[in-house]
Design a protein around this ligand. Structure first.
Ligand SMILES: Nc1ncnc2c1ncn2[C@@H]1O[C@H](COP(=O)(O)OP(=O)(O)OP(=O)(O)O)[C@@H](O)[C@H]1O
Length: 262
């Protein structure tokens, strides 16, 4: 058992537990009774056709969107429907699709800002720690002095990852982290993710379309379809699911290449 303040979390308990989740925008129902667990220390990949609600699911789990119904627990604590995250925000790191760095701040200032705002560190200390995080994600220290517009796509993803890791989170949420990267940068990012998960013991939810990333990094994969999780498990099991989208996705030429079949 691990004691987390008032919350006692059994090590085997899921780090993220979603039960009966319903989300909607007006009359557009995105999820309807969705269940999902993310286990301690795993990298769970979430895939599904465009518009199946992968990003909405991620944003709902971290408390940015309010569900219409259902129960979400992260690290044993309930994410309240009113968006109140009860001190969980600091324990969850998030990398959004576009990186979402402030363009008017340098990379070092972007990372340090999180430490000033959330950990209430003095600016000097925050910048020292930010430099450590920048090194952790494999960026040269000079990158800290650059503005986001001066960085390559791969460097921006790493900078955004440094920011996501600023507060030493236990759970990391990544939305399309390798989108827009060339294959070499994407493979390097995959390796970085694995290294960090192993070194820091992170639990990771990874929304992606990238088959190479799925095969390289994920312990389990969840497929979203028809407003729910259609199937979840090790990638080779999931790939056998009798479903048209799953077959087209996992048995197509890109999947065969990702597995090294061709
Ligand atoms: N803020 C919003 N207001 C209204 N509808 C939204 C909003 N955000 C998302 N949606 C709708 O919710 C559905 C799911 O969107 P979401 O971005 O989660 O899909 P996705 O599975 O991540 O897709 P993709 O793979 O293309 O990124 C879409 O129909 C989208 O138009």
């Amino acid at each position: 058992m691990v004691s987390q303040g008032a919350t006692v979390l059994t090590l085997q308990e899921p780090v993220v537990q979603v039960r009966g989740l319903t989300t909607r925008f007006g009359t557009n129902v995105i999820h309807d009774g969705l269940n999902l667990d993310i286990r301690p220390g795993e990298i769970l990949g979430v895939v599904g056709g465009s518009g199946t609600g992968k990003s909405v699911l991620l944003r709902t789990i971290i408390g940015l969107l309010q569900p219409a119904a259902g129960d979400i627990r992260v690290l044993g604590r309930r994410i309240k429907p009113n968006g109140e995250r009860h001190g969980l925000a600091q324990r969850m790191g998030v990398l959004f699709q576009q990186g979402a760095l402030y363009s008017s701040l340098t990379v070092l200032e972007n990372v340090a800002l999180v430490l000033v705002e959330h950990a209430k560190l003095p600016r000097r200390e925050a910048e020292h720690l930010a430099a450590v995080k920048i090194a952790l994600v494999g960026l040269p220290s000079i990158a800290g002095e650059r503005y986001p517009a001066e960085l390559s796509g791969g460097m921006i993803k790493r900078a955004a990852l440094a920011r996501a890791l600023a507060l030493d989170p236990e759970v990391l949420f990544l939305d399309e982290p390798t989108a827009g990267l060339d294959p070499i940068s994407a493979a390097e990012f995959d390796q970085l993710l694995l290294t960090l998960r192993n070194a820091l013991g992170l639990t990771v939810m990874l929304v992606t379309h990238d088959l190479d990333t799925l095969y390289a990094t994920c312990d389990r994969v969840a497929v979203l379809a028809n407003k729910r999780v259609l199937t979840v498990g090790p990638i080779n099991d999931v790939a056998q699911t009798n479903d048209a989208w799953v077959q087209a996705y996992f048995q197509g030429p890109r999947a065969r290449a990702a597995r090294g079949d061709v």
